[in-house]
Design a protein around this ligand. Structure first.
Ligand code: NAD
Ligand code: AHE
Ligand code: ZN
Length: 377
């Protein structure tokens, strides 16, 4: 079939809207009509060319919601008409990782996903309008999702079935940002009531960490951002104290946090992807037990560092992917929380736009003017 998609032909270039050839689902795969997709900072990171797994041309996008239109042979858990959220972290329930119950990092299809292809090693996307010779017109999948295409194909294990009364233009955000932020608090860090929490980077992820911290009853919830315009929204989502490194001096941020918390944070979260900030996030943690969770994605080649003494004296450095959530199990529950009014998504979606304006969504993110832009097909 033909479908409309925003294609990333090469790094650092705007996306262009193309008519793409999409092959139908092979065994174990599902054809999904994407109804809405958010634009996450990770899409911009890959488009910047600094993602070591970035492949071009590709159809980016990994924060979507849609409807199953066709299922391939052997698919048993989904049928046409089902409402779904694509999962860049699938849940096969069969691999060593899934069976361990110790991680959400399912390994069933991770290798091919990183290569921009389906589990059989081939892409379902082709763009014949390039004029390239047959076979040279492959367009790659991205994070196994490619939600910047109106129709896409995913493995059955990479789809969470969700309730049908939930609005696509809001729950698409649960496909990454909401689950990543709230999940990092409840599944990865297991923040306890009364804990002091620090969040570095008050964007689409950090604001969800804030609302997760408020949900579990954290005490002080400190936000750190270089953009003072993020303050009002952060306060709405539970922030009790704000620190702007440009005002206090970036070398004084850690001390400022030690002062506010009376010795250090119980939990800190990096939602910037900046390795210098990650160091501050660790070092502002309380001696003996403070835990710092890295959520931000850093460019290829960047490394984190600290004095080992920081760890010897009890601070813990951890990371979190997709908030530690098991997609097929946890995502439908998070959709329920939204529908029951337990979490706020609406206020974080600051802009919606048609696919034709998707580059504007990236501009708004880079200018710090949006929290989440959502493309509605
Ligand atoms: P965003 O652009 O919406 O927000 C980033 C925020 O960080 C902005 O408010 C910006 O002003 C702030 N910031 C930048 N530099 C800073 C600094 N030096 N000190 C303090 N604040 C600073 O991005 P987002 O969509 O919220 O994504 C945040 C990060 O999380 C990205 O690196 C993204 O790739 C990553 N991410 C990771 C996962 C995961 O599963 N681990 C999931 C989604 C996103
Ligand atoms: N290809 C990147 C990996 C970037 C990364 O860490 N991605 C996160 C999700 S970001 C969503 O917005 C993740 O889930 N990581 C675990 C995994 O298996 O990729 C790189 O830097 O190489
Ligand atoms: Zn994302």
């Amino acid at each position: 079939m033909k479908t409309r998609a925003a294609v990333a032909w090469e790094a650092k270039k705007p996306l262009t809207i193309e008519t793409i050839d999409l092959e139908g689902p092979k065994p174990g795969e599902v054809l999904v009509e994407v109804m809405a997709t958010g634009i996450c900072h990770t899409d911009a990171y890959t488009l910047s060319g600094l993602d070591s797994e970035g492949k071009f041309p590709a159809i980016l996008g990994h924060e979507g919601a849609g409807i199953v239109r066709e299922v391939g042979a052997g698919v048993t858990t989904l049928k046409p008409g089902d409402h779904v959220i694509p999962l860049y972290t699938p849940e096969c329930r069969n691999c060593k990782s899934c069976l361990s119950r110790r991680t959400n990092l399912c390994t069933a299809i991770r290798a091919t996903q990183g290569q921009g292809v389906m589990p059989d090693g081939t892409s379902r996307f082709r763009c014949d309008s390039t004029g390239a010779s047959p076979g040279a017109n492959t367009v790659y999948h991205y994070m196994g999702c490619s939600t910047f295409s109106n129709f896409t194909v995913l493995p059955e294990i990479a789809l969470a079935k969700v309730r049908e009364d939930a609005p696509f233009d809001k729950i698409c955000y649960i496909g990454c940002g909401v689950t990543t932020g709230i999940g990092a608090v409840i599944y990865t860090a297991k923040v306890w009531p009364g804990a002091n929490v620090v969040v570095f980077g008050l964007g689409g992820i950090g604001l969800n960490v804030l609302q997760g911290a408020r949900m579990v009853g954290a005490d002080k919830i400190i936000g750190v951002d270089i953009n003072p315009d993020k303050r009002a929204m952060a306060e709405k989502f539970g922030m009790t104290h704000f620190i702007n490194p440009n005002e206090v001096g970036s070398d004084k941020v850690v001390q400022a946090i030690l002062d506010v918390t009376g010795g250090g944070a119980d939990f800190s979260f990096d939602c910037t992807g900046n390795v210098n900030v990650m160091r501050q996030a660790l070092e502002c943690c309380h001696r003996g037990w403070g835990e710092s969770i890295i959520i931000g994605v850093a460019e290829a080649g960047r490394e984190i560092s600290t004095r080992p003494f920081q760890l010897v004296t009890g601070r813990v450095w951890k990371g979190s992917a997709f908030g530690g959530a098991r997609g097929r199990t946890d995502v439908p529950k998070i959709v329920d929380w939204y529908m029951e009014g337990k979490i706020n998504i609406d206020d974080l979606i600051t802009h919606t736009m048609p696919l034709e304006d998707i580059n504007h969504g990236f501009d708004l993110m880079h200018e710090g003017k949006s929290i989440r832009s959502v493309v509605v097909y």
